[in-house]
Design a protein around this ligand. Structure first.
Ligand code: F6R
Length: 235
C-alpha cells in the first residue's frame, strides 16, 4: 500500500486525477471504476479540464460506478447516475453507452447486482477503482457487517451514512434507506485501487481501516490485502 498525506484538497484532487489520467493515457480503452460523494468532485473537475484542453481522451474508456440509491431514477438529481452525468460524463468526450451505474430502480436488485458483476467480468475487470470512504468505514455502500460480501448486492444503509448524506437531500427523511453496491470481489479484483479521503473527520476511520485489524466491521480494511492500493489523504 502507498499512503500519501498531501497538504490540502486541491493537491489531493490533482494527484488523484493525475493517476486516473495516466491510466487512460497509457491504456486508452481502460475500464475505470468510479465513485460519487463530495471527495471526488475536485478529481473530476481536473479530468474535465484536462479533457477540454485535449490532454486526456475518454472516447474509448468504459466506466462502472460503485453504487446507486434504491428507487431513484436517473432523472432524480440525487441519484448517482445524475451526479456522474453532471460532474463528469456530460463534460468529457466519453461515449455515454460505455458508462455504467447500477440500476437502483431494478425490480430485483439482487438479480441486477449479479448482472452488473457479469458485465464487469465480460469487460475483463476494472483497471483502476476510485474509492472514497464513509465514516462507518464503508467503501461503495458496503457497510459494516459480519462478513465481506462479494457480489454487487442490495444493502440497508447504516444510520451514520444516512446522517452523512442528509446534507445532499435537505432533510434526513428524504435519504433513501436502501442502495445497491458493488461488492468486494469486483473491488478487490480491480488491478489498482485508489482511495481518497479528505477532512479531519476521516482521519480516525482511515487509520482504523489501514492500520487496524482486517475485519468486515471496518469494510475498507480489506484493502490492506490489495496488491496495488494507493491512499491519498488530506486532513
Ligand atoms: C460513493 C460511495 C461512498 C463514498 C463515501 C464518502 O459512490 O461509494 O462510499 O465514497 O460515502 O463520501 P464523501 O466523499 O461524500 O465523504
Amino acid at each position: 500500500m502507498k499512503m500519501f498525506l498531501v497538504k490540502n484538497y486541491e493537491e489531493l484532487s490533482r494527484k488523484a486525477a493525475g493517476i486516473l489520467a495516466a491510466q487512460v493515457i497509457s491504456k486508452p480503452n481502460s475500464i475505470l471504476g468510479l465513485a460519487t460523494g463530495s471527495t471526488p468532485l475536485g478529481t473530476y473537475a481536473n479530468l474535465v479540464e484536462w479533457c477540454k484542453n485535449g490532454d486526456v481522451d475518454f472516447s474509448n474508456v468504459t466506466t462502472f460506478n460503485l453504487d446507486e440509491y434504491a428507487g431513484l431514477s436517473e432523472e432524480n438529481d440525487q441519484s448517482y447516475r445524475y451526479f456522474m452525468n453532471t460532474n463528469l460524463f456530460d463534460q468529457i468526450n466519453i461515449d455515454k453507452a460505455k458508462t455504467h451505474v447500477p440500476n437502483g430502480k431494478a425490480a430485483d436488485l439482487t438479480a441486477e447486482g449479479l448482472q452488473y458483476d457479469q458485465m464487469i467480468r465480460e469487460h475483463g475487470g476494472i483497471d483502476i477503482q476510485l474509492l472514497g470512504i464513509g465514516h462507518s468505514g464503508h467503501i461503495g455502500f458496503n457497510e459494516p457487517d459480519d462478513v465481506f460480501v462479494g457480489s454487487t448486492h442490495p444493502v440497508t444503509l447504516v444510520e451514520q451514512t444516512i446522517q452523512a448524506n442528509a446534507r445532499f437531500f435537505g432533510s434526513i427523511d428524504k435519504v433513501p434507506t436502501m442502495a445497491i453496491t458493488m461488492g468486494m470481489t469486483s473491488i478487490m479484483q480491480a488491478k489498482k485501487v485508489l482511495l481518497i479521503a479528505n477532512g479531519q473527520d476521516k482521519k480516525e476511520i482511515v487509520e482504523k481501516a489501514f492500520y487496524g485489524p482486517i475485519t468486515p466491521k471496518v469494510p475498507a480494511s480489506i484493502l490492506q490485502l490489495h496488491p496495488d492500493c494507493t491512499v491519498i489523504c488530506s486532513w
